[in-house]
Design a protein around this ligand. Structure first.
Ligand code: GDP
Ligand code: GDP
Length: 436
């Protein structure tokens, strides 16, 4: 049960990283905006080639000021080496190896993960000979490719699969197959590493190995209440590695990749400060990824009467869209209420795994529709014929109807589904299929 291997794509701005990433993802959509400061939450993509899954981490689309370029790209490479299972350095063949490329190559030569070199913008044979010059970067064979036209991209992907570690992907596995996977996330300084250390207690209670399982070294196995949980992607937290300033971008990469490889997210919010937009962004990532959710209000030891009142108002205003998530007020400092975390995780996961039998679902739906039929549209009354829960993790429902259902009514159905069946701690999805 290892996480999907991740390939990080690094290189100077404008060498064609995003174009290449889109090509490798098999998409023809426009290159991601190159506007400085634009936040892109989804920078880790799921890729599939020859039946093998891997993650592509796109480090494009971020333009540092030209002065600090060399240092920036080197830092980018270092972060990539730390977070990814393999790194692809992209160099622009039409320009050749610049001083910056060389500096980055120097960093990457020290990597203890495999590194591959590719030369982009090789749109035709003319440039292929120029790529030979790139051998001197000391990273082996430069793979020529044109992200724009696709030339060479299949060969590149074949070569990438050879250097990526073989990690049998097991999409969450069967329930009961190994410890549940938890992402401990939240904006910087909310207390993630403090909490992890508190929960893990002495280093010896962090189980690094469990009989019969191989443990991904970036994860921590932590025993809570006699139950082992796998806290994913905690290498950075454990070592208390702090992101340099300006590294929020990578903090967000890490967050999104941790959430993707987890089943349930523990989102930490600093209760002593006003709820920030960044807190909401993390919550949105969890909901959009369809993972179960538990919210921890940390630093509760610093919360006084006045702050508690403010917080109540902020909850109404800012966290209304995740009111179904359980909230626990904790303190990583004092250990307050940390024993409530494991039961909350289990409740959220149970909802996430819930399947409502079709018979019961339709009985409930018939009663609901009889009492409150969908609004008439264009003189017609849409009929809801049938509902089924197509998936769990998270629970996903499909309504088969004879006509268009307004968003308001869909939300109404969703609300009533929760009232009837619970689903505390998990997002649910309702989609509509119109049968003519
Ligand atoms: P990034 O900043 O490294 O992500 O680079 P982009 O993917 O945004 O590409 C920068 C510019 O190079 C854009 O104008 C692309 O259209 C162009 N470009 C990218 N790949 C190729 C390629 O294979 N051939 C050619 N001719 N141009 C390319
Ligand atoms: P991270 O960036 O989310 O990993 O946050 P840290 O664990 O490094 O914590 C940031 C700061 O908040 C540190 O100075 C911690 O000592 C402090 N801190 C963390 N949890 C608590 C808490 O529950 N109460 C108080 N008073 N301070 C805390």
């Amino acid at each position: 049960m290892l996480a999907t291997p991740t390939l990080a794509v690094v290189g100077r701005p404008n060498v064609g990283k995003s174009t290449l990433v889109n090509r490798m993802l098999g998409r023809r959509e426009a290159v991601v905006q190159d506007v400085p400061g634009v936040t892109r939450d989804r920078v880790v993509y799921d890729a599939l080639w020859n039946g093998r899954r891997f993650k592509l981490m796109d480090t494009g689309g971020w333009e540092p000021d030209a002065a600090g370029l060399q240092g920036f790209v080197a830092k980018q490479a270092e972060t990539a080496m730390r977070l990814a299972d393999a790194v692809l350095l992209v160099v622009d063949a039409s320009v050749g190896a610049t001083a910056t490329d060389q500096a980055v190559a120097r960093v990457l030569r020290r990597a203890d993960v495999p590194v591959m070199l590719c030369a982009t913008k090789v749109d035709d044979d003319r440039l292929t000979s120029d790529t030979a010059d790139l051998w001197r970067l000391g990273l082996g064979e430069p793979h020529p490719v044109s992200g724009l036209h696709g030339r060479g991209s299949g060969d590149l992907l074949d070569a990438i699969l050879e250097i990526l570690p073989e990690t049998p992907r097991d999409d969450f596995g069967a329930s009961g197959g190994g410890p549940r996977r938890v992402a401990l996330v939240g904006k910087p300084n909310v207390g993630k590493s403090s909490l992890l250390n508190k929960l893990a207690g002495e280093e010896r209670s962090v189980v690094h190995d469990v009989a019969g399982t191989t443990v991904d070294p970036v994860d921590s196995l932590v025993e809570l209440d006699g139950q082992v949980f796998r806290f994913v992607d905690t290498a950075g937290l454990r070592k208390r590695v702090k992101m340099a300033s300006g590294m929020e971008y990578y903090a967000s990469l890490r967050t999104s990749s941790a959430i993707e490889s987890a089943e349930v997210a523990l989102v930490l919010i600093d209760a002593s400060e006003p709820i920030a937009e960044q807190d909401q962004r993390v919550l949105t990532m969890v909901v959009e990824s369809g993972r179960a959710l538990v919210i921890l209000f940390n630093k509760w030891d610093k919360v006084d009467e006045e702050r508690r009142h403010q917080l109540t108002r902020e909850l109404e205003r800012d966290l209304i869209s995740v009111r179904w998530a359980e909230r626990v007020n904790v303190s990583a400092l004092t250990g307050r209420s940390t024993q409530r975390i494991a039961p909350a995780l289990n409740r959220a996961l149970e909802s996430w795994d819930t399947r409502v039998p079709t018979g019961r679902l339709n009985q409930w739906l018939n009663d609901l529709v009889a009492a409150t039929p969908p609004p008439v549209r264009g003189g017609k009354q849409p009929k809801i014929m049938f509902a089924t829960q197509a998936q769990t993790r998270p629970p996903t429902f499909v309504l088969f109807t004879s006509g268009f259902l307004e968003a308001g009514y869909r939300r109404f159905v969703e609300r009533r589904l929760r009232e009837e069946f619970g689903f505390g701690g998990t997002p649910i999805r309702v989609s509509v299929r119109v049968r003519e």
